[in-house]
Design a protein around this ligand. Structure first.
Ligand SMILES: C[S@@+](CC[C@H](N)C(=O)[O-])C[C@H]1O[C@@H](n2cnc3c(N)ncnc32)[C@H](O)[C@@H]1O
Length: 244
């Protein structure tokens, strides 16, 4: 299926809204979905590649955990000033199929090592100068996040960097509500109907578990990262850079 297809996953009233899954229906429209659902998605991707380029080292590994259709991996391949090994990990075979197709259309077949693996289980990270978790940590079960962070930290080289983009909660209910209202207004501007917004929110309820900004920061510091900074913030979205 072409990745340029329009996202209509929640456009029609569903008899029963089931938990959101990165299945074939979502994978086929994912690029449209993510670019209309994440404010400044293109600029975030550009910033990630720019930041990664500053930390990538010759011969090291660069991991994109939750790589989806490979947008970040393709950009990294283009922007990195050194020869590093690009590794994409995802637990959705359908997303990895889309990723393979996209890489093929850009003549990047064989340039990226794609692995089907679950971040809720142990994962092998080694010799890493850069690890990315873009809109993915929020899908990892909270119970497993500390262990995942410790494994990432252990597999990274000194001065390596972790780049994380997440949906975040506000500290209190006042701004939380305000920011989420602004976010739904953004989705309406991007052409999503009230029905689509409501059904997707319901589908994500048990699946996407956002932390507060400071809870994410503490998660990274507790795993051993020595410095953590916010490089992007838009209402309920935040980007973090953490250095080992
Ligand atoms: C919102 S998408 C990430 C978007 C992508 N990183 C980007 O920049 O466009 C979340 C991805 O994480 C993957 N994912 C969710 N839970 C996962 C898990 N436990 N292990 C591995 N991948 C997971 C999904 O299959 C999906 O491709």
């Amino acid at each position: 299926m072409a990745t340029a297809a329009v996202d209509e996953v929640f456009a029609h009233r569903l008899e029963r809204v089931t938990d959101f899954a990165f299945d074939e229906a979502v994978a086929g429209v994912f690029d449209d979905m993510v670019s209309r659902s994440v404010p400044m998605y293109g600029e975030i991707q550009r910033m990630l590649a720019e930041l990664a380029a500053g930390f990538a080292t010759e011969g090291s590994n660069i991991y994109d955990l939750g790589c989806s259709t490979g947008t970040t991996l393709a950009l990294l391949h283009q922007e990195l000033p050194v020869r590093a090994n690009l590794i994409g990990i995802d637990n959705s075979a359908e997303m990895l199929d889309e990723c393979r197709s996209k890489l093929a259309t850009r003549n990047l077949t064989g340039m990226v090592d794609l692995r089907l693996a679950d971040l809720d289980d142990d994962i092998a990270i080694e010799n890493a100068s850069v690890v990315l978790l873009v809109l993915t940590l929020m899908f990892v079960r909270p119970l497993h996040r500390e262990r995942l962070m410790r494994q990432i930290h252990a597999g990274m080289n000194e001065n390596g960097c972790l780049l994380v983009v997440e949906k975040v909660l506000g500290d209190g209910s006042l701004f939380n509500r305000l920011f989420i209202e602004r976010y739904y207004a953004y989705k309406r501007r991007r052409g999503y109907t009230e029905l689509e917004i409501a059904q997707k929110r319901e589908a994500l309820e048990n699946v996407l578990v956002p932390y507060r900004l400071r809870e994410n920061r503490e998660l990274f510091l507790n795993a051993g990262f020595r410095e953590v900074e916010v490089f992007f913030k838009w209402y309920n979205f935040a980007g973090f850079v953490a250095v080992k």
